[in-house]
Design a protein around this ligand. Structure first.
Ligand SMILES: C[S@@+](CC[C@H](N)C(=O)[O-])C[C@H]1O[C@@H](n2cnc3c(N)ncnc32)[C@H](O)[C@@H]1O
Length: 150
């Protein structure tokens, strides 16, 4: 199942549990605890820590938002949605997760992949620049270029 479908299903499932129990007359606190538990259980199967957090946090966050949100005018939600779409464009929903180059991982690379002074290196998809920093440490004379669409 491709991301973010598992998260959407988990959120719908948690809200389904909450609503179903509430309709049956269970107290709100019990509905919220059981729905949060469902999200936590489902989130454990996520492939990365961020995805696990995203799946598990969806219900409690949206539950808190509905409690606070009932006091706010509807246009505030529209502004928040536009802001989120601008910060988190749809094309990165199905992209590889950010996987920064770990510090020290390139130690010794210059012995089997030497570069001339002033060599140019492009990190196409540089994320937050960890790979570029690591490359600069090993090849301080190289000209580094990073490209990132996110
Ligand atoms: C594995 S992460 C980057 C890790 C980074 N190179 C490093 O060494 O720390 C992959 C990155 O590629 C970016 N990316 C994927 N497709 C891209 C594209 N067509 N143009 C620019 N960036 C892209 C993603 O947004 C993501 O941040």
């Amino acid at each position: 199942m491709f991301w973010p479908v598992p998260a959407l299903l988990a959120w719908v499932g948690a809200w389904g549990i909450f609503s179903g129990l509430y309709i049956l007359g269970a107290p709100v606190w019990l509905c919220a605890i059981l729905a949060t538990g469902f999200g936590l259980g489902t989130g454990r199967r996520g492939t990365t820590p961020w995805r696990r957090l995203c799946v598990a946090g969806g219900f409690p966050l949206s539950f808190c938002a509905t409690q606070i949100g009932s006091q706010m005018p509807a246009w505030v939600w529209l502004v928040a949605m536009v802001f989120l779409i601008l910060c988190y464009p749809l094309n990165i929903w199905k992209d590889a997760p950010l996987f920064p180059t770990p510090k020290g991982i390139l130690d010794g690379i210059q012995t089997f992949a030497p570069l001339p002074r002033g060599a140019r290196i492009l990190d196409a998809g540089c994320g937050l620049g960890d790979g570029l920093r690591e490359l600069h440490r090993i090849f301080p004379e190289a000209r580094l270029i990073g490209w990132e669409w996110s």
